[in-house]
Design a protein around this ligand. Structure first.
Ligand code: FAD
Length: 324
């Protein structure tokens, strides 16, 4: 079988968790199918991260390290990454279905004439072919898809694949690539971080989310407290975001973020299809809603029919007791 190439994503000098997830799965697939697992690192000051990619299974890492690539720029990263793919000639390319990956993967597909399956929730190989599972119709159904192209690209949802333990003794060969950013028509002038120290929603293990039932922005303090005890991120429905109660970056759903935490606690969220599209693949869903007929209960593993202003403080107290 041809090799598997994992496109790394770097944030603030660190490999993003989705990259470790892809390497862990890629290692398993490469071992099963008899190919090699390789990595692709593009950015500025990123070369040292190749060693970590080696610990997670990459035997060789192609590194394009240049000041011109300090900020993610779709055109530049696609030019450089496509050149690396042409040189490395993998059969399978794995990218995170993150904001960056969702921008990069279609560009690579178009440049290379490669098949692309986006937003996959599982991947396997059958012979030399990649077989993917991906949600369709806003998560109401799953399709299984395979490829007819020589290069097969899949973007995989963050947080759906487990990360295996690194092998501290393993290392990767580093292949430095002198790839130019190329003809770039836009450039990043500045980046303003709004998330601060907040846990990134798409990488969170636990999310406490609030909707219109929260009644106002001040009441999110209650969710913030529970979230901080659980080391969780706080999410929101679009109704809460549109009302100006929460920043857009907190929105979960079809026009917000797609999340896959181990635990999703929905407070005062009705469970509209557009919200479910972003969170229904969470491993365990808890819903607190005073309306027993709310659609969120159809996807919930555990449901509390009750007033969230009574239930959330009780839940918070119980968590405090468990942690005491
Ligand atoms: C194109 C499009 C894209 C969209 N994208 C998104 C998206 O990305 N994400 C998203 O979330 N929505 C999205 N929406 C909006 C979506 O259709 C819903 O309008 C929205 O999700 C509703 O948010 P909500 O559940 O917070 O509010 P509501 O539907 O108003 O539900 C509030 C819930 O709170 C409960 N409640 C009220 N008070 C209490 C209380 N004291 N205790 C317990 N429960 C209480 C009520 O019973 C109710 O079920 C989109 C819509 C469109 C058309």
């Amino acid at each position: 079988m041809a090799n598997i190439l994992v496109i790394a994503e770097v944030k603030e000098g660190k490999l993003k968790k989705v990259t470790l997830e892809l390497l862990s799965k890629g290692k398993e697939l490469a071992a099963a199918a008899g190919g090699a697992l390789e990595g692709c690192l593009v950015g500025s000051g990123v070369e040292a991260l190749a060693a970590e990619m080696g610990q997670y299974g990459a035997s060789k890492v192609y590194v394009a390290d240049s000041g011109d690539l300090a900020d993610y720029n779709g055109e530049a990263y696609a030019n450089v990454t496509a050149k690396i793919i042409q040189d490395a000639a993998p059969g399978i390319v794995l990218v995170g279905a993150s904001i960056q990956g969702k921008d990069l993967a279609p560009r690579l597909s178009a440049k290379l004439g490669a098949g692309l399956a986006s937003d996959c929730t599982n991947i396997s190989v059958d012979g030399g072919s990649l077989v993917v599972t991906r949600p369709i119709y806003a998560g109401k159904a799953f399709e299984t898809r395979t490829f007819s192209s020589d290069i097969q690209i899949a973007s995989v949802r963050p947080n759906v694949l487990p990360v295996s333990d690194p092998d501290a003794g393993a290392s990767a060969e580093v292949a430095k690539v002198d790839a130019a950013a190329g003809d770039v028509k836009t450039k990043v002038l500045k980046t303003e971080l709004t998330a601060g120290d907040k846990i990134e929603l798409t990488e969170a293990d636990i999310i406490v989310s609030g909707g219109r039932g929260m009644k106002g922005p001040e009441n999110y303090a209650m969710l913030e407290e529970l979230a901080s005890l659980l080391n969780a991120a706080v999410g929101a429905s679009r109704a809460a975001v549109d009302a100006g109660w929460r920043p857009h970056g907190d929105q979960v759903g079809q026009t917000g973020k797609t999340v896959n935490p181990n635990l999703y606690i929905a407070c005062g969220i009705s469970g509209a299809i557009q919200h479910l599209a972003g969170m229904s693949s969470s491993k365990c869903i808890v819903a607190i809603n005073k309306d027993a007929e709310a659609p969120i209960f159809k996807v919930a593993d555990y449901g509390i029919v009750g007033d969230l202003f009574k239930c959330v403080p009780i839940l918070t107290e119980e968590v405090k007791k468990l942690k005491a």
